[in-house]
Design a protein around this ligand. Structure first.
Ligand SMILES: [Mg+2]
Length: 396
C-alpha cells in the first residue's frame, strides 16, 4: 500500500466556531446556531453545547430544552462563505489537488508537495496551524487513501490529528463496526448482521464472492475493497457543480394542485438561493417527482438563456408539472434543480423583458432576488419562503 499522502481536513463545529471567531467573548460557552423560527433546526452546535446532547439537524425547540443557557444565534451564511474561502486558500497553499466536500471539509492529495513542505504529517500540521491563525480549529486525518483519511478524521474529532501508516491499517480498521464502511446503511447493515458480521474485520475475512451474493455484485465488491483498506478513488480538484437543486419528501403524500405549486415555488426559491450563493446560473430546469408507489420521473426543459431567480425557475417547473398525466398517483417527493450551470449572473435578454416603466423586468427580478437573499440571511429560510409567496408576481 502506498504511503499516507491523502489528507481529510474537517472543521470542528464550523458555523458555531465561525461565530466564536467573530466574537471571541463566546469562547468556551455553549453556542447554538440555526433557524430561530418555530420550525427552525440546529445547523451547528459548539462542543460545549454538544455536552448537553445538542446535535445539528435537531429541532431548535428541543435544543432550547436541553441547553436553555446556551447562546443562540441565527445562521450568518455570508460569514460562513467568507471563512470557507479563507480555509480553501489555506488548502490551496499546500497543494492544488483540493477536493471540497462541503463548505468546511475537503480531501487534499499532498503527494506532490513533499519536496516543498515536508512529509504529509508536516503538511497536516502546517494546515492546522494556518487554520488556527484564522481563529478556527480543524481535525486532520492522514492515510493512504480517501476512505481511511476520512475515517481517521472522524475518529480524531475535535481538534484532532491522526496518521494511519500502511502497516497500521488492519489494526485500525478491523475492530471498527461495520457501519464504518462507506455504503453500509440500515438495509445493508441488516444483511451483514444476518451473516453474523459485526466488525469491519469480520467483513474482511469473507470472500468477495460471498459478499457479492449477500448484498449484490457492485456493493459486495465495493465493501470487500473497503474492508481490506483499499480505495482507489482519486482526489478530484474542485469539480464545478453540474447542477444545483433541492428536493423535499413530504410527511404525507400530496395531491392538490395548489399545494403542489406552492411546494414547487418553495423548492424553486431554495434552488435559486443556492445558485446565487454559489455565483452560478443555468439553462436547464428539471423537476423530479416521486409518486406514492415510489415510481420516480423527471421532466426537463432547456431554455435559450440562463436563469437564476425563483420566479423564472418556478415558471418552468410549473409548466413541466402541468404536463404530467392528470391521473397520476399522489406525490411523495418533489425536486427542482437547475443544470447546465455556468459562473456569474445570467446574460439577460433585456430586449424581450423591457417593461413599460422603462426599467428592464429582468433587472427588477434580479433586484427582487437579491432582496430575498438578504431576507433569507437575516431571518432564515422560513422567512424567505413567505416573502417570495407574497412578493413575487404570480404568473397568469
Ligand atoms: Mg465539519
Amino acid at each position: 500500500m502506498s504511503r499516507p499522502s491523502i489528507l481529510h481536513v474537517d472543521m470542528d463545529a464550523f458555523y458555531a466556531s465561525v461565530e466564536v471567531a467573530k466574537d471571541p467573548t463566546l469562547r468556551g460557552k455553549p453556542v447554538i446556531v440555526g433557524g430561530q423560527g418555530g420550525r427552525g433546526v440546529v445547523t451547528s452546535a459548539s462542543y460545549e453545547a454538544r455536552e448537553f446532547g445538542v446535535t445539528s439537524a435537531m429541532p431548535m425547540i428541543r435544543a432550547r430544552r436541553l441547553c436553555p443557557h446556551a447562546v443562540y444565534l441565527p445562521n450568518d451564511f455570508d460569514s460562513y462563505l467568507a471563512y470557507s474561502r479563507r480555509i480553501r486558500a489555506v488548502f490551496m497553499s499546500v497543494t492544488p489537488l483540493v477536493e471540497p466536500l462541503s463548505l468546511d471539509e475537503a480531501f487534499l492529495d499532498v503527494s506532490g508537495s513533499v519536496k516543498l513542505f515536508g512529509d504529509p504529517p508536516e503538511i497536516g500540521r502546517l494546515v492546522k496551524e494556518r487554520i488556527l491563525a484564522l481563529g478556527l480549529t480543524c481535525t486532520v486525518g492522514i492515510a493512504p487513501n480517501k476512505f481511511l483519511a476520512k475515517l481517521a478524521s472522524t475518529i480524531a474529532k475535535p481538534n484532532g490529528f491522526l496518521v494511519i501508516e500502511p502497516e497500521e491499517v488492519e489494526s485500525f480498521l478491523h475492530p471498527l463496526p461495520i457501519t464504518a464502511l462507506w455504503g453500509v446503511g440500515q438495509q445493508t447493515g441488516e444483511a451483514l448482521r444476518k451473516l453474523g458480521l459485526k466488525t469491519v474485520g469480520d467483513v474482511a475475512t469473507l470472500s468477495r464472492r460471498t459478499l457479492e451474493r449477500a448484498v449484490g455484485d457492485a456493493l459486495g465488491r465495493h465493501l470487500h475493497e473497503l474492508a481490506n483498506g483499499r480505495d482507489d478513488r482519486v482526489v478530484v480538484p474542485d469539480e464545478p457543480a453540474k447542477s444545483v437543486g433541492s428536493e423535499e419528501t413530504f410527511a404525507r403524500d400530496i395531491d392538490d394542485s395548489e399545494e403542489v405549486l406552492r411546494e414547487l415555488l418553495r423548492l424553486a426559491d431554495r434552488t435559486a438561493g443556492r445558485l446565487r450563493a454559489k455565483g452560478l446560473c443555468g439553462r436547464t430546469v428539471t423537476i423530479k417527482v416521486r409518486f406514492s408507489n415510489f415510481k420516480t420521473i423527471t421532466r426537463s426543459r432547456t431554455l435559450d438563456h440562463e436563469l437564476d431567480t425563483s420566479f423564472e425557475i418556478y415558471d418552468v417547473a410549473r409548466a413541466l408539472y402541468r404536463m404530467l398525466d392528470p391521473d397520476r398517483p399522489r406525490i411523495r417527493l418533489l425536486g427542482v434543480s437547475v443544470s447546465g450551470v455556468v459562473p456569474g449572473p445570467p446574460k439577460r435578454q433585456l430586449e424581450l423583458l423591457e417593461a413599460s416603466d422603462g426599467k428592464a423586468a429582468g433587472d427588477r427580478r434580479a433586484l427582487a432576488a437579491e432582496a430575498m437573499d438578504d431576507i433569507r440571511h437575516r431571518f432564515g429560510a422560513d422567512a424567505v419562503t413567505q416573502a417570495s409567496l407574497l412578493e413575487e408576481p404570480r404568473a397568469p
